[in-house]
Design a protein around this ligand. Structure first.
Ligand code: SF4
Length: 728
């Protein structure tokens, strides 16, 4: 969708009744920010906020800080836009730009093509910013020409931004930013990021040593807690495939970031061509795929004569849109999966995606590395992340060993083929009529009528959000006697809170599906079943890698993984969903504690919806990611933030406490302090102030109405009633 916005949908400037105004966008995906690459101010909002937006509700925000990033110099020969964006992501994460706007300026910015800018803009959620903005300039105008926009559109865009004196990239000193940072493009090196977070960049030459180091490091250091002597051990699957830790099992050119950038796609095709010509191959058990964001990509890869080489290395087109980045690569071969589980192997995925959070790509692939499309092809050939691709050969070719440098395309070779990606006629043809080329899509029967009748389905079910709906808002209540449902660590992503991937048959969601007559083979993913709250609430906090710190550490110091908790008092271990239902049945409210950057990653609204449906009344953390915090408010859950140095650790919380949240009942003001009362098992008590992260007056209204949707519905019903009265 982001690529389609960039290539086709975004006009850059609108005109209504002779008045021109700039194009803006909010989208239900955190990567909506890609459109910032063409100077459109836009960012991702949660589905909850977007639903309200579609019903006419404005988007509110606090005036943000704007961080200016001065890009200097030029990228070196052979360094890709992916290497640049992984460097920017690492740098800006460290600079803590969460909730801020980032704007790029300087000569380096001027030199970047629009696809390179869009690649950087796209990863704003990974660096934590609300958006990463690039202004409109000559490069934007050229891009509009190359993507088949009309002469009238192009003329309006240029004239409008010039008339507003907003045309062109600013230079150092032109704008007084809240904060300024600098990156010399010349310092960017070929890199990957992982194995668990997009901001953990690793230079190519350090991959082997880093993986080796992390293999035996504890999870707190992003490691895998394995014995070093296990790393070289090899095993045979039951059908005779030789596998071991470090082996690449998924190699995917995928996701919205890179496939919208012709330079890295063409580089992947060129690398594949050279590899095939030298006789290199990809082992058949490695799951390879090519999933671009628009049909334009396959057109230009074919026109440039590169598609056939990607296919020779098994990178066949698997579809258009989100695939491996959201776990839609599907299962591995059963024998491989079994061997990984039986021998507790740490195998890898290498993908050109945005996100590598735990269990997002595949539940049993624990190391996931993001890299440019040509590096994805290279690692598919190498078959392991335990080869130093700067020093060791990728593989044996027809005439002996072949090194990565032997087949890495030059910048000139890539540029020579870029013309195939800039054919306005292709864009106009492919975007001319969507339905013509998709008869299957056009033939899907749709429901008609004003009200959906909710036929029985395990995919779509009527959610309980409007049960007992009345016209008046509620009152805020203090939370009293709450039990702790989970204590989580730092960097808990929305994937941890509400996984999108596969559903285990032994999980509460799996059991629900089986009880409703669904075979295991037909489970599909949480993402595909997000229209059914019964599945999604059972999946909340059910990520196979989530660690609830209420459970004591294992003998080797590692933590129990999976969505389990200790039901209090008594401490009986059970799935979080089961415990939540028991607490709801006895009318006991619950709270969740966590550390820094809670709710980073996707803008997944189910992370908040599921939290609310499990009966959680408040979440208390060290810091929030923007969209998840607002989604919690939108679902009527109190987002609270520790103050100063307070944390789960400093307060010695174990999960056996009962918790009160006091001060809400007296009336809510944005960002006021409320009191968290901790009643310990030994009878002692501690009171601390915590910050209420209801940030704006409108959010106070949302909260009092039990969330955005009841608020909007009451507004609509109220207006309709007034209109009816007036016309009666
Ligand atoms: S799931 Fe991945 S590919 Fe899809 S929009 Fe999100 S980041 Fe992009």
């Amino acid at each position: 969708m982001h690529q389609v916005n960039l290539e086709y949908l975004a006009p850059g400037v609108f005109q209504k009744n002779g008045v021109y105004y700039p194009d803006t966008l909010v989208g239900t995906d955190s990567h909506t920010t890609m459109v910032n690459g063409i100077g459109v101010v836009g960012w991702g909002v949660g589905g909850i906020e977007a639903e309200a937006g579609m019903l006419g509700q404005p988007v509110y925000l606090l005036t943000p800080d704007v961080v200016g990033v001065n890009l200097k110099g030029k990228l070196r020969e052979g360094v890709t836009a992916t290497d640049l964006v992984l460097t920017v992501t690492e740098m800006l994460r460290k600079a803590k730009v969460v909730g801020k706007f980032v704007e790029f300026f300087g000569e380096g910015t001027q030199s970047l093509s629009v696809p390179d800018r869009a690649t950087i803009a796209n990863m704003a959620p990974e660096y934590g910013a609300t958006m990463g903005f690039f202004p409109v300039d000559e490069k934007t105008i050229d891009y509009f020409r190359g993507t088949g926009r009309s002469a009238e559109q192009i003329c309006a865009l240029e004239a409008y931004f010039k008339a507003q004196e907003l045309f062109g990239v600013s230079m150092k000193g032109d704008i007084d930013y809240s904060e300024s940072l600098e990156l010399d493009l010349d310092t960017v090196r070929t890199s990957l990021a992982g194995p668990k977070r997009p901001q953990d960049r690793i230079e190519l030459g350090n991959m082997k040593s880093k993986f080796t180091e992390l293999f035996s490091q504890p999870p707190a250091s992003n490691g895998f807690s394995k014995k070093p002597e296990d790393l070289p051990k090899r095993f045979k699957t039951k059908d005779g495939v030789d596998i071991g830790s470090g082996d690449v099992m998924i190699a995917a050119i995928t996701s919205c970031t890179n496939p919208s950038n012709p330079s890295v796609l063409i580089a992947a095709g060129l690398l594949a061509k050279k590899a095939v010509e030298k006789g290199l191959t990809v082992k058949p058990h490695i799951k390879t795929s090519l999933a671009p964001g628009s049909r334009v990509v396959t057109e230009y890869l074919k026109a440039a004569g590169l598609m056939q080489y990607l296919e020779k290395l098994n990178f066949y087109l698997s579809g258009y849109g989100c695939t491996t980045c959201i776990g839609n690569a599907g299962p591995l071969a059963e024998s491989i999966d079994q061997a990984i589980v039986d021998n507790d192997l740490v195998c890898a995925a290498v993908l050109s995606g945005n996100r590598n959070f735990e269990a997002r790509i595949h539940p049993n692939l624990r190391a996931n590395f993001l890299g440019s499309p040509p590096l994805v092809v290279a690692y598919a050939i190498a078959g392991t992340v335990l080869k130093d691709l700067e020093k060791e050969p990728l593989g044996q070719g027809r005439d002996g060993p072949v090194f990565l440098k032997d087949i890495w395309p030059t910048t000139a070779e890539v540029h020579a083929l870029l013309k195939y990606s800039r054919d306005p006629a292709t864009f106009s043809r492919l975007y001319g009529d969507f339905t013509k080329d998709n008869p299957l899509w056009a033939a899907v029967p749709t429901a008609t009528g004003q009200v959906y009748n909710w036929p029985k389905s395990t995919y779509i079910a009527e959610p309980p959000f409007f049960q007992d709906f009345g016209m008046s808002a509620g009152r805020a209540h203090d939370v009293k006697g709450a039990r702790v449902l989970a204590i989580l660590g730092d960097s808990v992503t929305t994937d941890h809170i509400s996984p999108a991937g596969s559903i285990k048959d032994t999980s509460p969601a799996g059991k629900y599906l089986i009880a409703n007559g669904v075979q295991k083979a037909d489970f599909n993913s949480y993402g595909a079943r997000r229209g059914n709250h019964e599945v999604m609430m059972r999946g909340t906090f059910a990520n196979v890698r989530i660690k609830n710190l209420m459970l004591p550490p294992k003998a080797d110091g590692s933590r129990v993984e999976g969505g389990v908790t200790l039901f209090q008092p008594g401490g009986e271990q059970m799935p979080i969903y089961d415990a939540a239902m028991k607490y709801i049945a006895q009318a006991t409210p619950t709270v969740v504690f966590a550390g820094e950057e809670y709710g980073s990653g996707s803008s997944r609204d189910w992370a908040a919806k599921g939290t609310a449906l499990l009966g959680v009344k408040a979440v208390v953390v060290r810091s929030y990611e923007r969209i998840h915090r607002s989604n919690l408010v939108g679902m009527g859950v109190l987002p609270l933030q520790f103050k100063g140095g307070d944390s789960v650790q400093s307060l010695g919380l174990t999960g056996e406490e009962t918790i009160d949240v006091l001060g809400v009942e007296k009336g809510i003001r944005p960002q006021m302090d409320v009191t968290l009362v901790i009643h310990r098992k030994d009878g002692s008590m501690k009171e601390i102030p915590v910050l209420l992260r209801i940030d704006t007056p409108i959010e106070v209204d949302y909260y009092l109405h039990g969330g955005i949707l009841p608020f909007v519905l009451r507004e609509l019903v109220g207006k309709a009633a007034t209109t009816a009265k007036a016309t009666a």
